[in-house]
Design a protein around this ligand. Sequence first.
Ligand code: FAD
Length: 430
Amino acid sequence: ELAIFWMRRDLRLEDNHGLAKALEGDYPVLVLFIFDRAILDQLPPRDARVQFIWQELKQIKEQLQAKGSDLLVKYGEVTEIWKEILKSYSIKAVYANRDYEPPARERDKKIYETLKAQEIPFKGFKDQVLFEKGEVLKDNGEPYVVYTPYMRKYKHLLKDSHLEPYASADSNHYAQLKGLDFPDLESMGFEAFDFEYPNRDWRKSLIENYHETRDIPSIRGTSRLSIHLRFGTISIRALAKEAKQWNDKYFNELIWRDFYQQVLYHFPHSFKDSFRKEYDQIKWEHNEAHFKAWCEGKTGYPLVDAGMRELNATGFMHNRVRMVVASFLSKHLLLDWRLGETYFAEKLLDYDAASNVGGWQWAAGCGVDAVPYFRVFNPALQLKKFDPELKYVKKWVEEYGTDAYPQPIVDHKNARERALDRYKSALKSD
Ligand code: FAD
């Protein structure tokens, strides 16, 4: 008789809420991870994120083996895998940390029903955020859609107890099983390759200076912890506990992350559609050549091009530049923000639906607390302000300054006017 802890975007044994609760329970705990074919089948054979997950799981497996236990890793269709597991083991309870993305919620609902049919409880816990869904609400009980009042209420509600670690690492109530499945990357259709992932440690000095360095894309002025927050290879509680003391500006960024998670939870339509529905009436351009130039970093706007090339080469793009390229796509090129959102989803190591949709809709003007539609970032001014010596541009756009560098694919002034007209008439017709 066993309990299962189903690991998903919480790839660590330390300070893991759901795991800690499972270990406190009556049954020895088997830790499970499922590589979901529905997601994996859509990815290219070299995928840095799949490899990252796989490498992290390998370490977790070794940690569990050192405790006389093992990690069970499965690959396939999730419901089928669960049926198989229920046949192979006598399961008494299932524990997991909550995932707020609409497809994950649907998946969990299905598994909940499957387990319920066999009278097995499926218990969910809050782990990846400090506050979730109904915890930070307006006085009238409605969810916030503007960041600043949300942040104020959040700070007001936050107690030291929210930042305390869960003692999951200390327990040894793991199932004493050995030799469990662990598919290699090749058997799932992926190739292993050399890739340098951002370090999971955070430096006090960097976070302390964050407010001064965060907007300079040419330097290492942000923490680069996003992939670790995405996959739970660090604990948000541990990071927030220190960040809160070191730098309020940095702590505010972590609150943006929770803000977007709760927005997606309360407004699941914004996963695919604009949060502000009237923006879905905008008549977008259909210009494949422009989209291709944007993807490849060949728009003739150096900051946009440097950003896209950084993304293509590393799976990362600096936040300031994400804002510029997203504004450029949705306003200068008047292409549907979903095209850019999907491209980011394919490329970003830290891809997270809530933050990505949030960031894109912010830039396109159609999201919660978004830039007003008439504010069109001027890429040349952004460059002057944030990369005045062209260090970032020259790092990523080798041919910059030579004849080989493309001419601008749109004229700033005309593009700005076209965007204002098009947005205005869509919003008027509502
Ligand atoms: P730091 O500046 O060091 O910030 C620390 C952490 O705070 C980040 O790791 C992240 O978890 C969180 N954070 C910071 N800024 C934001 C923000 N604006 N919104 C939400 N969380 C934030 N972030 C993602 O994690 N995944 C995405 O898919 C994603 N897509 C984006 C798309 C667009 C168009 C834009 C404008 C922003 C997007 N962001 C996304 C937010 C932000 O750009 C990244 O979190 C940040 O660049 C990651 O680098 P870092 O870890 O060095 O961040």
